[in-house]
Design a protein around this ligand. Structure first.
Ligand SMILES: [Fe+2]
Length: 297
């Protein structure tokens, strides 16, 4: 069966069918998927009931898997490359995994000098209704800025801080300290040039604390503008999950938001793999050693 691509929304998103991802894909199929991913930013592969090893095998065809060494509290004990995203503590192999709630617009691992390229999220258990994920197209957000604002944004560098995570306040003091230790603040350009598409996109999100050379108070209104502007309806696709949907998105040109519009007494559990990006940021404090999360330790 041939691979079929169908757009899901005008702004971004496409569905890919005709593949059984339990099977090893040909190099040609991987190349087609990669092009579809670069073109559509978010891909949905429905009906892919993959185990952790099968998901890792597919995802690793697109780059280097993040072993999540900086975030062990969310990893499967048997396959640390697989994070569990769940709204309740889940026990796997005797290990109780930390809850992860991401109801804030963000780009995965923006608080790392190796911010993620792709994230792959596979739905395993869903609430009866709700629990959608929204995605924003940061190319369109950049393109819609005035030329003057584009020129100004091009000059900015932003500080990304892990302690701005939406569920940071729920962590124990020990876990908060560990998260800060593993991820000291990093600096990224506010406008990124995508290595494969050659397009510019805004790089903002919920981890952005301030701009270099500006106080947090001075930065806040413009950060709020970038985040609000970038998530206007016309730049967003909202995914209503079905069981065994595998989503693959490009963190280099999108943000996402896990909507908490469901009965939170019900379990919502997904499994994630992430790909390391090349080093694209720097530590705010130049004296910082390479964090364990960077894959460079
Ligand atoms: Fe995320």
């Amino acid at each position: 069966m041939a691979l079929k691509i169908r757009k899901l929304a005008f702004a971004l998103g496409a569905e890919v069918t005709g593949l059984d991802l339990k099977q090893k894909q040909s190099d040609d199929a991987i190349a087609q998927i990669r092009q579809a991913w670069v073109d559509n930013l978010v891909l949905c592969f429905p009906g892919q009931d993959l185990g952790p090893q099968e998901q890792m095998a597919f995802c690793s065809r697109f780059g280097e898997l993040d072993d999540h060494r900086s975030r062990p509290h969310w990893n499967r004990p048997d396959f640390p490359e697989v994070n569990i995203v769940a709204n309740k503590p889940v026990v796997i192999g005797g290990k109780t995994l930390q809850v992860l709630i991401a109801d804030k617009w963000h780009t995965d691992m923006s608080f790392s000098v190796r911010s993620a390229t792709a994230s792959f999220l596979l739905s395993k258990t869903l609430p009866p209704i709700g629990g959608d994920t929204m995605f924003a197209n940061m190319y369109r957000a950049y393109d819609a800025l005035s030329p003057s604002m584009q020129a100004f944004a091009d000059t900015l560098e932003g500080v990304h801080d892990v302690s701005l995570a939406p569920d940071f306040h729920r962590y124990t003091p020990e876990l908060q300290a560990e998260r800060r230790r593993n991820h000291p603040p990093v600096v990224h350009k506010v406008v990124r040039l995508h290595a494969e598409s050659g397009r510019k996109g805004i790089f903002a999100g919920g981890f952005l604390r301030n701009f270099i050379g500006y106080t947090e108070q001075e930065s806040r209104p413009l950060i709020d503008f970038f985040n609000t502007h970038s998530t206007a309806y016309e730049f967003v696709y909202r995914h209503a999950w079905k069981q065994d949907d595998l989503l693959m998105w490009d963190n280099r040109c999108t943000m996402h938001f896990a909507v908490q519009d469901y009965d939170c007494s019900q379990l919502r559990q997904l499994q994630r793999c992430t790909l390391f990006a090349p080093v694209s940021g720097r530590f705010l404090d130049a004296g910082q050693p390479a964090a364990a999360s960077t894959g460079m330790a």
